[in-house]
Every structure is written in structure tokens, then in C-alpha cells.
Design a protein around this ligand. Structure first.
Ligand SMILES: [Zn+2]
Length: 148
């Protein structure tokens, strides 16, 4: 259910090679304002963009409500999200689905952030949540189609 482009993104993220403003600074490219483009309250790092940002927290809040899992409050990197899911009660199969959805959510957060930076598209929490839900129901429908 996880698309190849999403898996590639997660892999790049785990390698620490995503192009945030802070990463650009490390690479020697001068950017005067390194604050988060979404909240403006903190340095824009990948951990901030994945989980710490107040705006992004709203996405995860919706994610938890939608999947009916406890609200995750103690998250400061995507690793925490995955570990939080691993610690939850439930079957391994269900947790695999949750992790796949979390990957999809994270990828859409990153994509919406880039659209905001490069195209000036407003960052919409609701749009991200709806896109993930749509992707999920499409996947489930395909599965049912295969079973039938
Ligand atoms: Zn922020």
C-alpha cells in the first residue's frame, strides 16, 4: 500500500538528506531566514517539519482521531511516531497499516511544505488529511476488488 515514491522519501529522511533551510545552511548556501515557513517559531529542521511544528501537530492530531488511536503528544521526530504505533495494542497487521498511513501522511506534509515554499500554495491541514483518507479508501477498494 506504500507507494515507491513515499518509501524513497522515508529512506532519504532516515539518511538525513532532506533539503530544509537548515540543511541548506550546512551545505554552505546562505539563507538569511532559517525559521519554519509554516509557524515561523522555530528553526526549520526535518524533525521540526515532521512532528514538532504546531501546524504539523494539527495534522497528526487529525491522523490520531481518524485512525482512532490515542493522541500522540510526545513526538519530536518521525521515529517517535513509528515507535508510538509499535507500542500500541493491536495486531501486527493493523500496526503495519497504521505505519503505512503515517508514512503517507508524512510524505504529504513534506509535499505541502514544498508547495508552500516554491509555489506559495497555502499549507492546508485539512487538505493533507483528506488526501491521506482518499488514498486509503482507494487502497481498500482496490483490495476488495482483488478479493472479489
Ligand atoms: Zn513550524
Amino acid at each position: 500500500m506504500v507507494l515507491r515514491k513515499v518509501l524513497y522519501f522515508i529512506w532519504k529522511l532516515s539518511m538525513g538528506s532532506m533539503a530544509t533551510k537548515s540543511a541548506f545552511m550546512c551545505g554552505g548556501i546562505q539563507i538569511h531566514d532559517t525559521s519554519c515557513v509554516l509557524c515561523g517559531c522555530a528553526k526549520e529542521t526535518m524533525d521540526h517539519l515532521s512532528t514538532e511544528c504546531t501546524i504539523v501537530r494539527a495534522v497528526w492530531w487529525h491522523f490520531c482521531v481518524w485512525t482512532k488511536i490515542p493522541i500522540m503528544v510526545d513526538i519530536s521526530s518521525f521515529r517517535d511516531v513509528k515507535e508510538g504505533i509499535d507500542r500500541m495494542k493491536g495486531s501486527a497487521k493493523w500496526k503495519n497499516v497504521l505505519v503505512a498511513l503515517a508514512y503517507e501522511t508524512l510524505w504529504r506534509i513534506w509535499k505541502a511544505h514544498n508547495d508552500r515554499v516554491f509555489e506559495g500554495t497555502p499549507f492546508s491541514v485539512l487538505h493533507i488529511v483528506e488526501a491521506v483518507e482518499e488514498h486509503c479508501s482507494f487502497g481498500l477498494k482496490t483490495e476488495q476488488h482483488i478479493k472479489a
